[in-house]
Structure formats: structure tokens, C-alpha cells
Design a binder for this molecule. Structure first.
Ligand code: NDP
Length: 343
């Protein structure tokens, strides 16, 4: 029996595939074109347990029908990671909300049509964006946890790119939970959602370190390419989790019975630009004098007076320690500097 993963080319998905192959799962992934399939298969050394299928655009509600009509009976676990992740675009609805929502609608309905009897577990990559009111991030009286929901209406989600991305994750996740309720007598599978905050960490393959990285890693890449005289923008602030832990949570998400019906809020710690620069400045001799210093050790990791996130339930359920910011940044920076021949 196989694991199906949508969006196999993604930053997070590649780490998930790597961990699945390490555990000898047979993996079927979807990618947007044959050229992307060929590249990814080469990167995974043509691993015999990995096969890829082309699913061009998840905005199309029937996008997954072909792959599930072909492979549905071999699939036991489904990991749905594909979704647009950016905030700058021309049309918030067409570029963000529709693909996210239709992707989730499409894959769940394809399972219902072609694999209702054999898919046992579905894990959807949602986001902290579906869980909290990010306009209140600086409000110390605001508390959120695994039961919280982003309060935005569909109309509010169309306000700007940030609201649109957050809304895209909220409405897609909501659809999934409603779907399992509505179809509980027709499906076998149980649902788990993985809701990460900013995901940082090395690319699975050095080859994927390009001048501009995926949306979350690009934040770190930008800081690494500042000059000593640049200002430190401490509005660049949030929660982070390492990509290797996100991948691990997806595997546990379908392997562990106690994660059925759970929303997993993945947070390792808070950070801001100062914290990241502190680590870069202290751990990399080669960067000496090249980056802004700011005011060392005054970042959000040391003092945070805003909203309180509580993911203690998730930590207890997963049962492993999240990788700390220092290791994540060290591994990312090492990889980028190695690629740029600056180590
Ligand atoms: P990436 O941009 O690296 O990966 C996104 C994946 O989705 C890619 O495979 C991409 O294909 C695919 N995709 C996007 N739009 C479409 C579309 N219209 N049709 C078909 N495929 C599409 O992002 P991440 O790996 O960072 O994110 C993976 C998941 O994790 C997403 O669901 C994201 O919302 C979620 N997430 C990510 C966080 C982060 O900080 N990285 C935080 C919280 C949640 P292609 O490679 O061809 O573009």
C-alpha cells in the first residue's frame, strides 16, 4: 500500500518524502509538470519506491480524479500539502483562495469517488494562519491554541495578500473538517491537520538553494544578505518551527491513532530579526562585520510581550522536542554559504 502526497516539489513536501522513503514507504507524489517530475526523481536518485504523477492545477476541482482513478486502490494514506504560499499576487481569489479551497475539495472528493474503501488516514497541511487572529499578534491579552480559528470572513480575506493567504488556509481546513462529518458513513479515513507557523530549515537538496527561496525561507535568506549598515526590521516577527519537525509530524499524523481528529499546532519558539541576526553573527566567523548587529540579545526569543500561543497539547501528543532556532538557523546558513562558496 502507498502514501500519496500532493505538491511533491514543495519545500516541506520534499522533507516529508525523504522521511517516508527512509522508512521504506511506497510514495506516489503529484507535481505540476513532467519536467518537475523528472527533476525530482533525479534528485531522489530514481528511488524505486517513489513515483510521480502530473496534476497540473489544483484550482480544477477534478484535478485529482485521474490519479485516484488510476492509483486509488493502492493508496492507504493521503498527505495533502499543495497550496499556494505567497502573499503578493494580482487576484487574491483566483491566485490564493480558489486553489487552496478547490485543492482540498478536489482531493477529498477524489478519495470519496475512487478510494473510499481503502484510504485510512488523511493528513492536511494547514497552518497557524487558519488558527489565529494575526491582527492581534501584539495583544498580550490574546490567547490561542489548537481549538482556535482565524475569525476572518471570506470578504475580509479579500482585503490584502496576508489576509488572503490566511483565509485560504482557514477555508480549506474548515472544508475538510466539515467534509469528514458530512461523509462519515461513506468514507473510511480519519483526518488530522498539521498547522505549522513559519517553517524554516535547510532545503532537502543543496541544488534547491537559489538566489530567491520559498516564501518562509526567503525571510532568512534576506537577512543573510543584509549589509552591516542596514536597519534591523523587528516587525519581522513570528513563531517558527523546523521543516524536519514538520515532516515528522506529518508521518506521525497518519501513523498514530492518538492523532486522529487532531489539529497539531507546530511552534518551536518565537523569533524576530534580531534573534536571527544574533545567531548568524555569533556562529559564523565568515560573516564577521558583514551583517547589522542591532541590539544583541533583545529579540523576541528573549522577551515577548504579545499574544500567547499554547501548543502544549500538540507537544504532548507528538512526544518529541522541537528543534531550537539556533540549530535551524545554523543549518540553513551553513547550506546557503556552502552553495555560495562563502564558507
Ligand atoms: P512551497 O511553495 O515550497 O510548496 C507549495 C507546493 O504546492 C508546491 O509543490 C507547488 O507546486 C504546489 N502548488 C501551489 N499552487 C498550486 C496549484 N495551483 N496547483 C498545483 N500545485 C500547486 O511551500 P511550502 O512547502 O512552504 O508549503 C507547503 C504547505 O505548507 C502549504 O500548504 C503551505 O500553506 C503550508 N504551510 C507552510 C508554511 C511555511 O512557512 N513554509 C507555514 C504553514 C503552512 P510548484 O512547486 O510547482 O510551484
Amino acid at each position: 500500500m502507498s502514501v500519496f502526497i500532493s505538491g511533491a516539489t514543495g519545500f516541506v513536501a520534499q522533507h516529508i518524502i525523504n522521511q517516508l522513503l527512509e522508512q521504506n514507504f511506497k510514495v506516489i507524489g503529484s507535481v505540476r509538470s513532467q519536467a518537475k517530475a523528472d527533476k525530482l526523481l533525479r534528485q531522489f536518485n530514481s528511488n524505486k519506491n517513489l513515483s510521480l504523477e502530473v496534476v497540473e492545477d489544483i484550482s480544477n476541482l477534478a484535478a485529482f480524479d485521474e490519479v485516484f482513478s488510476k492509483h486509488g486502490k493502492e493508496i492507504k494514506y493521503v498527505l495533502h500539502t499543495s497550496s499556494p504560499f505567497f502573499t503578493e499576487c494580482d487576484d487574491y481569489e483566483k491566485d490564493l483562495l480558489i486553489p487552496a479551497l478547490n485543492g482540498t475539495k478536489g482531493i477529498l472528493n477524489s478519495i470519496l469517488k475512487y478510494a473510499a474503501d481503502n484510504v485510512e488516514r488523511v493528513v492536511i497541511t494547514s497552518s497557524i494562519a487558519a488558527m489565529f487572529d494575526f491582527t492581534r499578534d501584539l495583544d498580550p491579552s490574546y490567547f490561542y491554541d489548537e481549538n482556535s480559528w482565524n475569525p476572518d470572513s471570506y470578504q475580509e480575506a479579500l482585503t490584502d495578500g496576508g489576509h488572503a493567504y490566511n483565509g485560504s488556509k482557514k477555508f480549506a481546513e474548515r472544508y475538510a473538517w466539515n467534509f469528514v462529518q458530512e461523509h462519515k458513513n461513506e468514507i473510511k479515513f480519519k483526518l488530522t491537520t498539521v498547522n505549522p507557523c513559519y517553517v524554516f530549515g535547510p532545503q532537502l537538496f543543496d541544488e534547491n538553494v537559489t538566489a530567491k527561496l520559498n516564501t518562509s525561507c526567503e525571510l532568512i535568506n534576506k537577512l543573510l544578505h543584509l549589509s552591516a549598515g542596514d536597519a534591523v526590521d523587528n516587525f519581522f516577527v513570528g513563531n517558527f518551527v523546523d521543516v524536519r519537525d514538520v515532516a515528522k509530524a506529518h508521518l506521525l499524523g497518519f501513523e498514530n491513532q492518538n492523532l486522529v481528529d487532531k489539529r497539531l499546532l507546530l511552534i518551536s519558539s518565537r523569533f524576530n530579526a534580531q534573534d536571527i541576526l544574533d545567531i548568524m553573527n555569533e556562529d559564523f566567523k565568515t560573516l564577521e562585520g558583514q551583517l547589522p548587529a542591532g541590539v544583541p540579545h533583545t529579540g523576541a526569543l528573549h522577551q515577548w510581550k504579545g499574544a500567547i500561543a499554547d501548543n502544549s497539547k500538540t507537544k504532548e501528543l507528538l512526544g518529541f522536542e522541537f528543534i531550537p532556532l539556533k540549530k535551524t538557523i545554523d543549518d540553513m546558513v551553513t547550506q546557503i554559504l556552502r552553495k555560495e562558496k562563502r564558507l
